[in-house]
Design a protein around this ligand. Sequence first.
Ligand code: ZN
Length: 324
Amino acid sequence: MTTDEQKAIESEIYAFIGQEVYPPTPAADDINDAMIRQWAEIMGDNNPAYLDKDWAAKSIRGNTISPPAMMYVWGQEGFQVTKGRAPNAMSNLVSVFDKHGYTGVLGTNVKQEYFKEVSPGDNVTIEMIIDNISERKTTARGTGYFFETLSTFTDQSGETIGTQRFKVLKFIPQEQPAAAASEDKLDVPTRIASPRGYDNKWWWEACDDGKVLIQRCKDCQTLRHPPRPMCGECQSMEWDSIESTLDGEILSHTELHHPKIPGYQYPLVCAVIKLAEGTNLVSNVIGCDPSEVHIGMKVKGVLEQVDEKTMLPQFYPASPGIRP
Ligand code: ZN
């Protein structure tokens, strides 16, 4: 990129600093228990300050409050977004970046600050501006610019309840290695790699070695899956494991149609399988037509190499005559 090209884009993008993305817009609905309940369930947040009226009545506040992290929820536009939005300063800024080849996009961080609690019956107004745009930066993802929006949330009396800063990197994607013209074979996509952390790496490594293990508490012998450091029954951190026979029964299943993710074979049936040992495992059911898969179906698992890198248990109908 020449200096002139850089000057050209910067004169365009920096003009957006301070521009309004959304004018102050009151939420369509007041803060309400139904939305709070859904949010708290999904987030697994059981704080009684949000929904337990009796608890809240005896608390220092005297009433329930909305989870502070929900402030951005109240102004969401819902399904109308799928029909498209009128252009605004942010979409126009993104278009300028795209026009100059900065087509990559990566949300990099969100920072919320809370200043005032709000409760069911209050109404949240959101206003968003483009607050700042960085100088040109070179990152591991490519060269580009960070831009940050600042959303300010106020209640019906105009008091600020919180702010949210959302930072996005728009960058020129690094060129991919040329298609494997000089190579003998094209790269075949693999499945999404297993997340191997401190507490579960051993489970995946056992799969690599051809075994499906089930974690067992050393103190009370309770089996558990997926792997985790502590026994849910007796809180012991001591554990060993047993090898599963991979005899199982389908508890629930679904067939994934869209989007077709590279590296996976379709039809793709995913099922929750109750193993004979008592724990559940999410896996694929293969070796039969997806329409034959049903709740209660007996299945038998086999560890298979599903792609170049991955060994995974795959389950077949256990009926006689069908593999294995
Ligand atoms: Zn235990």
